[in-house]
Ligand binder design. Sequence first.
Ligand code: ZN
Length: 295
Amino acid sequence: MNTNHIRQVVIVGGTHGNERIGLYLVKKFNQDSSLLFRPNLTTNCLIGNPQACKENQRYIETDLNRCFIKADLDNHLLGRHEEKQAKVLHEQLGPKGNSENFLLDLHSTTANMGLTLILVNDHPFNLHLAAYLTHHNPQVRVYRWTQENQENAFVSSLCQLGFAIEVGPIPQGILLASLFKETETLIHQTLDYLEQVNRGASPPLPKTLTLFQHLEVVDYPKTSNGELAGMIHPQLQGRDYQPLNPGDPIFLTFEDQTLFYEGCSTVWPIFINEAAYYEKGIAMCLTHKQDISLK
Ligand SMILES: [Zn+2]
C-alpha cells in the first residue's frame, strides 16, 4: 500500500443511528463539499446505517459495528439488516484489508471518553497520525482495541489506514455543540495531516506516543439468572482513563455492598457505563497505559 499518497478519505457517520454527532457532521459536510476541501486530497462522506439513523436507534437488527468479520462479509446467508448493510459498505470501501482508502468512522459514547481515537491495528501510519493529533490537540487520547488472534469486526477495520473517533460523554440520541465542534476540529486536523502527506511533506512528530492498549472487558455483577446485580461504583463513575488499582471500588450492588477491583496490577478503565454495552455484558474495558517510541 502506498502511504505516501492517500487515494481517498472516507468519513462515515451514523454507523450507530442514535449517535447524532457523526450523523450531523456528515450531513453538514455533504451539504457543502468545500468545507473539507484540501487541494491534494479527495474526501467523501457517507452515512453508515441510514435506516437506523432515521429511527434514531443504534441498529435495526444487530450492531453494524460488529458485522465486519471477513467470513461474515462473504456469507450471503447472513441477511439481517446490518449484515446486508455491512456488505454494501464493504463493496464501496473494501476489500477488507486491501482497501487503499483512509477511513474515519465517527462515534459517540455515554462514557466520559473525551476525544478518543480507536485504533484497530498497529500500522505505523496510524500511529504517526495519532501522535500528530495528540501533539496538536492534547485532549486527544489513543486507545488500541486489538486482541491477539482475534479479527476486528468494526467498520474501521475495513481499511488499514484510519480509525474510529469516539467522543463523550453524550447521551444517546442528542447533539452537544461542544463535542460537535471538537469532533469537527479533530477531523480538520486529520485532513491537514493527510494533505501534508500528499504534498510530500513529513509533518514533525513527537518521539513517543502514549496509548491505552486494550486488555479485557469486565461485565457487571449478575445474579445466577443473568440479571443485573449492581452498578458502576460512584467513585469510579466518569473516571475513564484514570488509574484503577487493586482494591479500589468498582461496583455497588443494589444491596449497597461495594465490590472491589481484584486484579493484580493497575489498569486504566474506559467505556465505563456505556449505555450501548449493557446488552453486550460490558461494564467497562480495561486498558494498559503505555508509551511507545515511534520509528
Ligand atoms: Zn458508536
